[in-house]
Ligand binder design. Structure first.
Ligand code: NAI
Length: 464
């Protein structure tokens, strides 16, 4: 079967019903997970998530029929959750050999990792709580398979490939010019890499600008059916879920400070308000700050908000948004959490050094005793609170994100040899199709333009 005859336009919603999960085998024993005995628990979680992912289920069905990835290896560095498991299974159904490692040492669901290995024959290298050395060893284990397509959440696979490339390049005499990855890694045909999150896209665009990017990249985050939903509604809800699981505090009446009013920040601020919190937004972009004001939020500087906030949440993709100075300004009892990609959004390391004492009170809730006797509370060591203290986004929203990821992989196959070392967006037609399928799955009907309206909207003569 020719892989190119798979077209997103042809996708129709599959009939509802329980997805049949087939047992696989991991004959190569290629994995590093916590405990394979956790597989049956993970399998149930994967099944439940799969039931909430109708669009991905449909794509998976098509992949299974047409095997667009036959003979290809796909390496993914994503949060190892039950939703990711369904994406890995879709790629596997499409004929790919799939290798998965974690994109954060604390977000791995060990039972899911176990089930992927034991039940589905997918190689996973991820253990919840792994140290930094193991985290990078797992990334290396995936890259050692020379995947033709990679998927990142935070650009760790791509940046590791480039670091390795740089070492190789320095060993190759090339008249002072950078060699293309295809020239250097002759036996490694690299079709492209897709990126899931804002921070990863920022890193990749910076590489492109510096002329350092050596491979084609698709910024899945930039698709409307990704960031408008995943970042906003997914992060909004799951950040609250993480905070509540870690603390069980009451949000009603709480003074909450949200740093960043981008897609994630506005989701968090809106949901916090819905729970009855009094929300202040901290922003550096004047347009976003103005939007926050007109959306009815108090907008303030962090130096001032630090003095009255009771719960702080960062979601900026930036570093040191809450400095040690501002952590020190907080009232005793203040709680600080981060939902941005890296654990650098508030100065956790500075707080660790400055504090007189620290102790774990509950899972993911750490108390810091400051020299003046104040106590400040930090969730999940400053790592993405929704994935560390809860389970990440609900499957319904990951359905759209991972439909885009699956179709990005297909995009690389269909454009084999044609893409340049650039950061691309997925075609608009994929966004439209994913949105249509999602609406249909949700049984939402919406209008379409009449012929007369289409004509009117594309003409300049009419108007009076
Ligand atoms: P975005 O670019 O839409 O918004 C970020 C906002 O933060 C911008 O408005 C920017 O002006 C603001 N900002 C930057 N520096 C700031 C500072 N010093 N003080 C106050 N505001 C500042 O990005 P998006 O999509 O909202 O993502 C934010 C972060 O969340 C990224 O690291 C992204 O990778 C991550 N993310 C996390 C998810 C999760 O599951 N927790 C899901 C999706 C994204």
């Amino acid at each position: 079967m020719n892989s190119t005859n798979f077209d997103v336009k042809d996708l129709k919603l599959a009939p509802e019903g329980k997805k049949k999960i087939e047992r696989g085998s991991n004959s190569k024993g290629n994995h590093d997970v916590k405990d394979l005995d956790l597989a049956s628990e993970g399998r149930k979680k994967i099944e439940w998530a799969g039931q909430q992912m109708p669009v991905l289920r449909l794509i998976s069905g098509e992949f299974k029929k047409k095997k667009p990835f036959a003979g290809l290896t796909i390496g993914a560095c994503l949060h190892v959750t039950s939703e990711t498991a369904n994406l890995m299974m879709a790629l596997h159904a499409g004929g790919a050999e799939v290798y998965l490692c974690a994109s954060n040492p604390l977000s791995t669901q060990d039972s899911v990792a176990a089930s992927l290995v034991a039940d589905f024959g997918i190689s996973v290298f991820a253990v919840h709580g792994e140290d930094n050395k193991t985290y990078y060893r797992h990334i290396d284990a995936v890259l050692a398979k020379k995947p033709q397509i990679t998927m990142d959440d935070g650009a760790d696979l791509v940046s590791t490939i480039h670091k390795k490339l740089k070492i190789q390049i320095s060993n190759v005499k090339s008249g002072g010019k950078l060699l293309n990855i295809y020239n250097i890694m002759k036996d490694w045909e690299f079709l492209g890499s897709s990126e899931e999150t804002t921070t990863g896209v920022i890193r990749l665009k910076a590489m492109e600008k510096d002329g350092a990017l050596q491979i084609p990249v698709v910024a899945v985050n930039d698709s409307d059916t990704k960031h408008l939903f995943d970042n906003r509604y997914g992060t909004g809800q799951s950040t609250i879920d993480g905070i509540l699981r870690a603390t069980n505090i009451l949000l009603a009446g709480k003074r909450v400070v949200v740093c960043g009013y981008g897609w994630c920040g506005r989701g968090i601020a809106g949901k916090m308000r819905g729970m009855g919190a009094m929300v202040t937004v901290v922003e550096v972009d004047p347009v976003k700050a103005l939007e926050a004001v007109m959306d009815g939020f108090l907008v303030d500087r962090i130096g001032k908000a630090a003095k009255y906030g009771e719960l702080f949440v960062t979601a900026t993709g930036d570093k040191n948004v809450i400095s040690l100075e501002n952590l020190k300004r907080m009232n005793g009892g203040a709680i600080v959490a981060n939902s941005g990609h890296f654990n650098v959004e508030f100065d956790y390391d500075g707080l660790v050094k400055f504090a007189k004492g620290r102790k774990i009170l509950r899972n993911n809730l750490e108390e810091f005793l400051l020299p003046d006797g104040k106590k400040i509370y930090v969730l999940g060591e400053g790592r993405l609170v929704n994935l560390v203290a809860a389970e990440g986004h609900p499957a319904e929203v990951m359905d759209m994100s991972f439909a885009n990821q699956a179709l990005a992989a297909l995009h690389f196959v269909r454009n084999r040899g044609k893409l340049k070392a650039k950061v691309y967006r997925l075609p608009k037609s994929i966004d439209t199709r994913v949105a249509r399928l999602k609406l249909k799955a949700m049984k939402v009907r919406f209008d379409s333009l009449t012929l007369e309206q289409r004509k009117y909207l594309s003409s300049w003569q009419e108007g009076t």
